[in-house]
Design a protein around this ligand. Structure first.
Ligand SMILES: [Zn+2]
Length: 311
């Protein structure tokens, strides 16, 4: 497998203050762990580019994009909601984060890579069409899915989200769209407190009770996601890869282990192999405990490379 690894130094310019868990340290921890493990060196590394306003406007109305531009401070930090803040470089970082997914889609459709991991921040899956929230500004995975449809004629895109939080933003953007399948596992009841009980036919919700461990997570994914994915037959698989359901992550109370991320990645790859000529693009969402984040991403990227999980 050729696995692309896409990031950009500008992702690190965005910060929301020294106490905020969604910090530049996250990408540093990932890079350090992958380098130390010798995994990064086995990927095809490339740099993202900024998404254009046309590319963003496929999922966010221009009025909303203009309103976000107007919020950008010249100095200091402004608060959009209690946990979503902007510094002068926030939208620069958000643009290259969304642009990474676009580049990842380009790489898998041009045959340059089988699959891709985008190591970017800010994350995107809480960003609704007209609402920045939950540490998210632009919905990176949605921008990538829209690009795949527009540029490559992708007909059925599956978006699998195993972050501990439900992807309200991705659902808001694609709800009711029969050509996008969204499968999302999440602690329930929990943030984002919206869309949790949505009845949209193209959304598979997998709510998990506090304390759910890896074995129960795997059963739930197999029961809920696999039948939907086999019926849908995606020609592109995208992952909203959040690692905050890890046992060591105090953001929430699920109990996944490093190996569970290898397992769920393999499951997604099997679907991509069956229906999508292996095309799979993964983008980082949450994950706030730096050590378990590094190890979990290592397990994820090893799976993408076709390697077994091993410590
Ligand atoms: Zn999360």
């Amino acid at each position: 497998m050729i696995t692309g690894y896409i990031t950009h130094p500008d992702c690190q310019l965005h910060h929301m203050g020294p106490e905020h868990p969604e910090s530049p340290l996250r990408l540093e921890a990932i890079r350090a762990r992958l380098s130390l493990a010798g995994v990064l060196q086995q990927t095809m590394q490339s740099e993202s580019r900024a998404a254009t306003s046309e590319e963003l406007a496929r999922v966010h109305p221009r009025q909303h994009l203009d309103a976000l531009d107007k919020c950008l401070p010249e100095h200091g930090i402004v608060t959009l909601d209690s946990d979503t803040l902007m510094n002068p470089d926030t939208l620069c970082a958000a643009s290259v984060a969304a642009g990474a997914v676009i580049r990842g889609v380009d790489q898998v459709y041009r045959g340059q890579a089988d699959n891709v991991f985008c190591a970017v921040r800010p994350p995107g899956h809480h960003a609704e069409a007209t609402d920045a929230m939950g540490f998210c500004f632009y919905n990176n995975v949605a921008v990538g899915a829209a690009h795949a449809r527009h540029k490559y004629g992708a007909r059925r895109v599956a978006i699998l989200d195993f972050d501990v939080h439900q992807c309200n933003g991705t659902i808001d953007i694609f709800k009711g769209d029969p050509d996008i399948l969204i499968c999302t596992s999440f602690q329930y009841p929990f943030y984002p407190w919206r869309y949790l009980r949505s009845e949209w036919q193209n959304v598979v919700n997998t709510p998990l009770a506090e304390g759910t461990d890896g074995a129960a997570f795997r059963r739930a994914i197999e029961d809920d996601w696999l039948p939907a994915l086999h019926a849908f037959k995606p020609d592109l698989v995208m992952l909203s890869a959040g690692f905050d359901a890890h046992r060591e992550d105090v953001m929430a109370d699920l109990c996944l282990e490093d190996e569970d991320y290898h397992w769920v990645t393999r499951l997604a790859m099997e679907i991509a192999a069956l229906y999508a000529d292996n095309r799979l693009v993964s983008v980082l969402e949450g994950g706030y405990h730096l050590e378990s984040l590094g190890r979990s991403v290592e397990a994820h990227v090893k799976a993408l490379l076709g390697q077994p999980f091993a410590h």
